[in-house]
Design a protein. Sequence first.
Length: 199
Amino acid sequence: MPDWKKLTENLEKHGFAVSRFATAAEAAAYIDAQLDGRTIGVGGSMTVKELGLYERLSAHNRVHWHWTEEGPAAREAAIAAPVYLCSANAVSETGEIVNIDGVGNRVSATLYGHEEVWFVVGVNKIAPDESAALRRARNVASPLNNRRTGKKTPCTASCDQCYDCQSPDRGCAALVVLWRKPAGIKTMRVVLVEEKLGY
């Protein structure tokens, strides 16, 4: 199990607001209660899907998610929303948040332009330090995401590691490591869940 105290202290030291829940159901209820009457953009996230957050939040918010709306306009609307909701490929106990992206909408949305950015992170995504978080993002999360989206890349056959391929179908184009909360975003919240979620 992660060192939850160390993780929370380091994330908070780096400017992130942190909440922790024993179950996914508790985390989903918390997020649903906190976000009301807002316009929310959602990044591609199996964690968000597994929590049923789109359905819950859509009942009392305006939610833009390219997994439920067609065309590039959905990504653009999500990026323009005051609140952005996503997950992370890895979070380190030393306080870094790591994401790899193919299109770039998700990682760019975590850097600038929103009033609030929310990360929902399952226990499976916690790594002891930044190096381990980078390894996890590249060698665990990315191959699984490439397989989910039907990419024809070397990593999808066994999902054992990144092969740094030159495939035109490659789904990994950009890497962002958040060492601290960017100054251009008012609030960044990390919701930690003591259950496995997403990749």
